[in-house]
Structure formats: structure tokens, C-alpha cells
Write a protein that binds this ligand. Structure first.
Ligand SMILES: [Zn+2]
Length: 462
């Protein structure tokens, strides 16, 4: 902040803006998009000490299996999943007291009855939801979600008595959601952010599925969901703490037959809304000093494994999964024990709290960037009525009235990430002297402080 103020005083920011403008005219990706001082400060505010305290508290509930007791006596003893969710609720409420009641804290409860996978008896599943309502009525309908699952398990799905510490899986993701809530609730955003912790993940993504289905049936405009699951940075020697993997689906599971035909025809296999979100996160990581970079994995999830982001994908929402670079399977879904000198169990001592805090920083910077930005432009089209070597893009203005200008992005068809950006001003149509056959285009909205929307790839218009 002090450095930034010095730059402003010295006119360096103005010079930077000129350099960015020059770079944009040449169609290059600007090296440093404008930093939002509010986001810079929020990123700094994230605390490894708070992350550690949260994870240790979650572990103290002994066993957070979705099947573990949640009666009043167990809650009073501080044992089981009921005690864990009451504590999470009290944390969200505490953050809310520190922001004049800015968070709406709710327990979203439902019951799963057998026959159900890994749920042998009727079981109440509860999501704890904290909502930071957007301050701009024209933009508060746009929702950005960060989530982690607070349930845990040991070697046996049905074991609710032996320790299931779940420090990394997924105390770490729960801590990310809580820490984002603590830090971002001190700020105001035009769009809405939901801090979510879910249960029933280990039995089959029950909590997240319920939430995403509820959102879909209520017509919620969830523009992005960030799922954090196993972001503890397990302290194995082969760990790489400089990156966090960001998994995103390619061909959307929710695509209709007609959409699939279009994806095949246009080469859209790597341009789902989830993949645009993943690229956005990578750009945020290059812009803000979160202490960790995004390692984009162009795959729904780890090999033959699943997570809560897919519940959102199934309802047609953009969603990604954050996971540490290298998982240690001795420290997941294991009874706590030592065998042949090898320690098993998901214990706090294997978690790197500085790393979790860095992942929380990247999540917070992404949520803040998205919730500050204009809505993406609507109805983006690429004109294809006649054969020509120029490319003309059209779109409708970003709904909500926050866009001051637009940018066109493009990349080679074999390139993983955007390579070029062209500022085109406050227009809804532009023609670029290059063939649409050779590149992939997208358009994004920019506000007068430099916040960028998610980019939108065009549909052909005849
Ligand atoms: Zn998990």
C-alpha cells in the first residue's frame, strides 16, 4: 500500500497506465493489469495463524463424519459433525458482528434417506452458508461462491468413533472459505459473494449437489464456484508449494446435444465457462501477490476422482477445483496409526498453514476481482454471413451498467491461454484484421477502475 501510494504520488501509476495502453494497442497481454488497492490489502490480511486455528478447531471435533452424532449432547461435548457445523456458524456470525451484520448466515438442512450410497440410515445433512450481499441492486444478482467440505472420514466410511481429523481433507478448504469470509466481509462489492461449507461430500457430494440444485431451481445466476478440497500443501519432500492445481472441465457435462454439435464444429473443447474461470484465476495469480500460482489442469478432476465443483457443473454453472500439487495418500481417508514406521492419518502436523493461507489469498483475490467487475458482455457473436478474412465481433452491453469499455482476447487454436488482448473502447462491435478460422476469440467488459469480467467466447451468427 505504502509503495502504491508512493507510485501514485510520483505519477508512476499514470506512466504504467500509458505503458499498458501502448501494449494494448499492439494487441499484447499487459504484464501488470491495474492493481486494486482494496484487493491488495485484503490479500495481505489473510492470516496463516487464523488458518491454523480454524483447522485445529475442526480437528478437535474428533470425527466429522456425515454419519457422526449431531444431537444436543454431542454438540455440548464438542464431538461430531453437529458440533463442527455449530462452530462454523458461530465463526461466520462473529465475522458478521465485525461488519455491522453484513453476512447473512444460514443453515441449509435436508435429510438423505436410504437407499443411498454410503448412507445406511436417515441422515440430516447441513450446509453452512454465509452471504455477503452485493451493494449494487443492478449487480447483486451475480453470485460468486467459494466452498469447502467440513465433513471428514477415516479408513471406514461407517466409523464415527475413531479419529477422522480431516485436517487437509477438507479442513484446509473449509479454512479457505472461512478466511475469505473474514477478510472480504470487511469490504463492499457490487456483486454477491457466498461463503459455503458443505457436508456429505465423502458419501457422494450430497451437500454441494443440494445447494447447486436449489440455486438452479431458484434461478440464481452463479457466475463462478471455487471449490477448495485438499489445499493443505502436505509437507512431503516432493511437494511444490509455489503452485496450486486448478481443475476445470473441458466439454461441459451440462451441454445439450445442440451445444455439443457446436463445440465439435467450432473447436470449442477447451472453452467451457469453467475453463474461462480457470484462466481468469491464473491471471489473478499473475496480478496479485498471493504467494502461489495457478497450475491449470485441463481435466474435470484428478484421475477417476470427484469433488463438489462437479455438482455446480452438473447444473450448468462454471466451477473449478483447487487442490495441492502433490497429495499424500497416507494422509487421506486413513485411520490414525503407525505401521512399519509410516504414519497414517490426516493430521494437522502434515498441513502447511502458510500454503493454505496463500491458496486463501488467491481465492480472495479472485472473488474480489470478480465481484468488483462488470457483468460479462451479453450475446457475443462472431459474424459468419459471408466468407472474409477479417473477423467482426458484436455483443450487447454488459448488463448492470458498470462497463466502461471492452477488450477482445484471442489465442492460437492450439494455445492453452489467452495470448493477446486488444482494448476496443466502449463499443458493441469491432472488426479485427485476422481470420476467425485461425484463432479463438473472446470479449470481456472492463470498468473505469480496470476490473475485468469473465471473458465470453462468441457464437457464430449467420
Ligand atoms: Zn475432500
Amino acid at each position: 500500500m505504502a509503495q502504491l501510494r508512493k507510485w501514485v504520488a510520483g505519477g508512476a501509476l499514470g506512466m504504467m497506465a500509458v505503458l499498458i495502453a501502448v501494449a494494448q494497442q499492439r494487441g499484447r497481454t499487459p504484464k501488470t493489469p491495474e492493481l486494486d488497492p482494496q484487493i491488495v490489502a485484503a490479500v495481505k490480511e489473510v492470516s496463516p495463524g487464523r488458518v491454523k486455528a480454524t483447522i485445529e478447531k475442526l480437528v478437535s471435533f474428533h470425527n466429522r463424519s456425515t454419519l457422526s452424532p449431531a444431537d444436543a449432547a454431542s454438540i455440548a461435548k464438542g464431538r461430531g459433525i453437529g458440533a463442527a457445523r455449530e462452530w462454523i456458524r458461530s465463526e461466520f456470525e462473529r465475522y458478521s458482528r465485525d461488519c455491522d451484520g453484513c453476512l447473512k448466515v444460514e443453515m441449509q438442512s435436508f435429510t438423505v434417506n436410504p437407499p443411498a450410497r454410503r448412507i445406511p440410515h436417515p441422515t440430516e445433512i447441513v450446509n453452512v452458508v454465509a452471504t455477503l450481499e452485493g451493494t449494487d441492486p443492478a449487480n447483486a444478482g451475480r453470485i460468486y461462491v467459494v466452498s469447502g467440505h467440513y465433513d471428514s472420514r477415516n479408513s471406514d466410511n461407517d466409523n464415527v468413533t475413531d479419529p477422522a481429523p480431516g485436517a487437509n481433507d477438507d479442513g484446509s478448504g473449509t479454512a479457505v472459505s472461512l478466511e475469505c469470509a473474514r477478510v472480504l466481509s470487511q469490504l463492499k462489492f457490487p456483486a454477491t459473494i457466498i461463503f459455503l461449507t458443505v457436508a456429505g461430500e465423502e458419501q457422494g457430494l450430497n451437500g454441494s449437489r443440494h445447494f447447486a440444485q436449489m440455486a438452479k431451481s431458484a434461478g440464481w445466476d452463479i457466475e463462478a464456484a471455487l471449490n477448495n478440497d485438499i489445499v493443505g500443501g502436505d509437507r512431503s519432500p516432493q511437494q511444490d508449494t509455489s503452485v496450486v492445481r486448478v481443475f476445470s472441465e473441458g466439454v461441459p457435462i451440462a451441454a445439450t446435444e445442440a451445444e455439443l454439435r457446436q463445440i465439435r464444429s467450432l473447436g470449442g473443447e477447451s472453452d467451457s465457462t469453467s475453463r474461462q474461470l480457470a484462466r481468469y484465476i491464473a491471471e489473478v495469480a499473475r496480478t496479485y501477490d498471493a504467494g502461489v500460482k495457478a497450475m491449470l489442469i485441463f481435466r474435470l478432476d484428478r484421475y477417476l476422482r470427484g469433488g463438489d465443483h462437479s455438482s455446480f457443473n452438473e447444473q450448468g454453472y462454471a466451477a473449478v477445483r483447487f487442490t495441492e500439487f502433490r497429495e499424500d495418500y497416507n494422509h487421506q481417508h486413513q485411520n490414525v496409526r503407525t505401521e512399519n514406521g509410516i504414519e497414517f492419518g490426516d493430521l494437522p502436523k502434515f498441513v502447511n498453514f502458510d500454503y493454505v493461507a496463500n491458496v486463501a489469498r488467491l481465492n480472495a483475490a479472485t472473488l474480489a476481482s470478480l465481484a468488483s467487475a462488470p457483468a460479462p458482455p451479453a450475446k457475443v457473436h462472431l459474424l459468419a454471413a459471408k466468407l472474409e478474412n477479417d473477423s467482426t465481433l458484436t455483443w450487447e452491453p454488459s448488463p448492470g451498467g458498470r462497463a466502461a469499455s471492452y477488450e477482445v482476447l484471442w489465442r492460437g487454436t492450439t494455445s492453452p491461454d489467452w495470448e493477446h488482448v486488444q482494448a476496443v473502447g466502449n463499443v458493441t462491435r469491432t472488426t479485427l484484421p485476422m481470420s476467425k478460422d485461425n484463432v479463438i476469440f473472446a470479449v470481456r467488459a472492463v470498468d473505469n477502475q480496470g476490473h475485468r469480467s469473465l471473458p465470453v467466447t462468441p457464437l457464430p451468427e449467420r
